[in-house]
Design a protein around this ligand. Structure first.
Ligand SMILES: [Zn+2]
Length: 87
């Protein structure tokens, strides 16, 4: 199972704020986001691995590596419209 693999590799250096925001994203959406990242090396969508997250203006900025070519990829996840988790 892919989920098991992701869990095993988990070393996510998310900032606390990014972690909280990322938690508000439904699991199915997360998967979609991580598997459809634009990669300049592949000239198309690719899967992001080894990603970390930081918070910027209420959104989560994911930075990781393309699973196909190893190029660095970045994806902004707009969560600022979602209700804050604990405020
Ligand atoms: Zn790539």
């Amino acid at each position: 199972m892919r989920l098991a693999r992701i869990r095993a590799v988990r070393k996510r250096p998310f900032t606390l704020q990014a972690e909280l925001l990322w938690h508000t994203v439904p699991a199915s959406a997360k998967e979609q986001i991580l598997k459809n990242v634009f990669c300049g090396g592949c000239k198309g969508s690719a899967e992001m691995i080894d990603y970390s997250g930081t918070e910027k203006n209420g959104d989560v900025v994911l930075e990781g590596v393309c699973a196909k070519c190893g190029r660095r990829v970045v994806r902004v996840v707009e969560t600022s419209e979602a209700p804050p988790p604990n405020n």
